[in-house]
Design a protein around this ligand. Structure first.
Ligand SMILES: NC(=O)c1ccc[n+]([C@@H]2O[C@H](COP(=O)([O-])OP(=O)(O)OC[C@H]3O[C@@H](n4cnc5c(N)ncnc54)[C@H](O)[C@@H]3O)[C@@H](O)[C@H]2O)c1
Length: 289
């Protein structure tokens, strides 16, 4: 029997990157998946991948920053798929910037998605789990940035440090309902969000990162998905209130190599692509109706 046979997993931000990796892994372990994302196209692509494992996928277009969306999404998950056993609060955005220049809009958007969005996801799904009475597993995606920061990352770090501490309080309250709550701190994982840091396969940014990382490679969504599967499976029963870093050893590496001209060129190109993606997703984030 696979470790998630017959369960239903509710995953936010499952239309891309780490969330998609988690959806595919839990489906391969027997779970049916509720895919929640502002990006309906990305969510449909993930639903196809889940279907390839012979599991049901239900797509809900929803914004984690909206209380009404999350309440509706969690209720719909139970209506359509019959249960709600695992919730993964994964949706997140990154709005880096100088303290002298960051706009209040960027600051607020990031708080709304990364902090309020995690709270609303956990609240809505935990309420359903308590009502159903079968216990549950909740996993929140924090970051290595909860521990380390920089002149560009401080605001993102604040949200991820918030997630890291919130799970400890939630674990205290929800234990009585046999619900565990844990956080994961990914390092640099190859996804559209982190393309500027992870670089491209074989490119100068990637090669420098591989040399610096003790594990010798960039992280993959599948790495994080394996840990979620552990936390959501029977081996994870005694783990609650934990934060587990999965960064290939990068946290304790000091100082980066100076980027050469090739790396600078690649970074500029990837940052332009990231800004285009951000411009496409921004109206979806602004829509909370
Ligand atoms: N990639 C990394 O290196 C890395 C490292 C540490 C932590 N993380 C965290 O992992 C999580 C997933 O990141 P990723 O790298 O897969 O990013 P990604 O951009 O590839 O995927 C994020 C998904 O979340 C969705 N999303 C964004 N805001 C949303 C909202 N308000 N409501 C619903 N859906 C929303 C996006 O549409 C997208 O499909 C984030 O919380 C991120 O902060 C990523």
């Amino acid at each position: 029997m696979a470790s998630q046979d017959g369960k239903v997993a509710f995953i936010t931000g499952a239309g891309s990157g780490i969330g998609r990796g988690i959806a595919v892994r839990l489906a391969s372990e027997g779970a049916n998946i509720c895919i929640v994302d502002v990006d309906a196209d990305g969510a449909e692509e993930t639903a196809n991948l889940v279907g390839q494992h012979g599991r049901s996928a239900h797509v809900i277009r929803g914004n984690v920053a909206s209380e009404a969306h999350m309440k509706r999404a969690a209720a719909q998950c139970v209506e359509r798929l019959g249960r709600l056993d695992v919730a993964v609060a994964n949706a997140g955005i990154a709005r880096g910037g100088s303290v002298l220049e960051m706009s209040v809009k960027d600051w607020q958007d990031q708080l709304d998605v990364n902090l309020t969005g995690v709270f609303l996801t956990v609240q809505a799904t935990a309420q359903q789990m308590v009502k159903l009475g079968n216990g549950g597993r909740i996993v929140c995606i924090s970051s290595l940035a909860a521990e380390n920061t920089s002149a560009n990352m401080w605001s993102y770090s604040a949200t991820k440090a918030g997630v890291r501490i919130m799970v400890r309080g939630w674990a205290q309250e929800l234990g009585q309902y046999a619900i565990t709550v844990n956080a994961i701190g990914p390092g640099v994982i190859e996804t559209p969000l982190a393309q500027g840091l992870a670089g491209e396969e074989g490119g100068p940014i990637r090669q420098a990162l591989e040399r610096r990382t003790p594990a010798g490679r960039v992280g993959k969504p599948a790495d994080i998905a394996g840990l979620v599967n552990f936390m959501a499976g029977s081996d994870g029963e005694f783990m609650t209130g934990a934060y587990v870093l999965m960064d290939g050893g990068l946290r304790d590496v000091r100082g980066g190599s100076q980027p050469d001209e090739d790396a600078m060129g690649e970074r500029e190109r990837l940052m332009r692509a990231a800004m285009e993606r951000r411009a496409r997703l921004q109206p979806l984030l602004d829509d909370r109706s």
